[in-house]
Design a protein around this ligand. Sequence first.
Ligand code: CDP
Length: 309
Amino acid sequence: MDTLAEPILERDKERGRRRSLALRQGRVTQSQPKIGQPNIDNDGEARLSAVCGVAPPRRSAEDYAFVVAPCIRPKFGLPMRPLFVDDSAMIIAIDGPAGAGKSTIAKLIALKLGFLYIDTGAMYRALTLKIINQHIDSNNVPAIITTARATTLDLVNNPDGSLQVFLDGRDVSAQIRGPKVTRFVSDIAKIPEVREIMVTLQRSLGKRGNSVLEGRDIGSVVFPDAQKKFYLDAEFSQRTQRRWEELELSGQSVSLDDVAVDLRNRDTIDSTRKVAPLKKTDDAIIIDTTAMTIDEVVNAVLSHIPPSY
Ligand code: CDP
């Protein structure tokens, strides 16, 4: 398979280069593979499915008027290949602990810039949901790895900025935010093999076009060369309050104390694990969002993005 795969990769790269050039020169205003069109590999396996959603028009529509959103359909553990590789794609990495505002801000930034929005936490959450549904013990690492390799994930960016998460073809966008998933996700995410699978996938997604990725290790591991890195943080009490309000709004009734225990627990696991712990990289722009409104944080992030985007 390797010898056959190579020319396709080269061809995809060349196509990406030509597309970037055409977009820069304004010769192309729109590029959209057919909805649901599979990317069939030489051995006949669909590695990544094509576009399912469309991102909104960009702020400056002159040179790059249209960005397609990702619908990813990877088979974990198998080699994955983006539909095309855009070598000039810009990556904005947003890392930080829970409740610092990453998801809200990343989503709005992606919407404003017309970038793809990739919520890497949602990917770990979806896998965790499957582990729970299959009654696999969170200490049973071999079974978790086997399950990860046999899992299909789809992320769909909708035009209104919302994100849908599909696990083995089923929409699990709401279930992955449930308390059980939240309780176990950091235990699953600390398994090195699971991270390896996710990071490979996240990298191939980021190379499909300008993207905002949010998580814990984006600037440090997934895209250490990201053009812009942000680390969002906030005081613990503020993070707790925000997460509690979010859960209340979504109809989950939990006590502030329970939220605090969960955040403390995940902060500890996420920042002390051996592989890819949560940390600030030296080149990250740190934003303390404790006393800031959403608009203020969005503007602070955008002030670091070149106006050409
Ligand atoms: O939204 P919240 O901040 O609660 O968390 P999330 O972004 O949904 O991520 C859930 C969990 O996935 C985190 O607590 C981490 O354990 C893990 N995660 C990770 O390890 N690496 C990432 N890049 C993203 C999430």
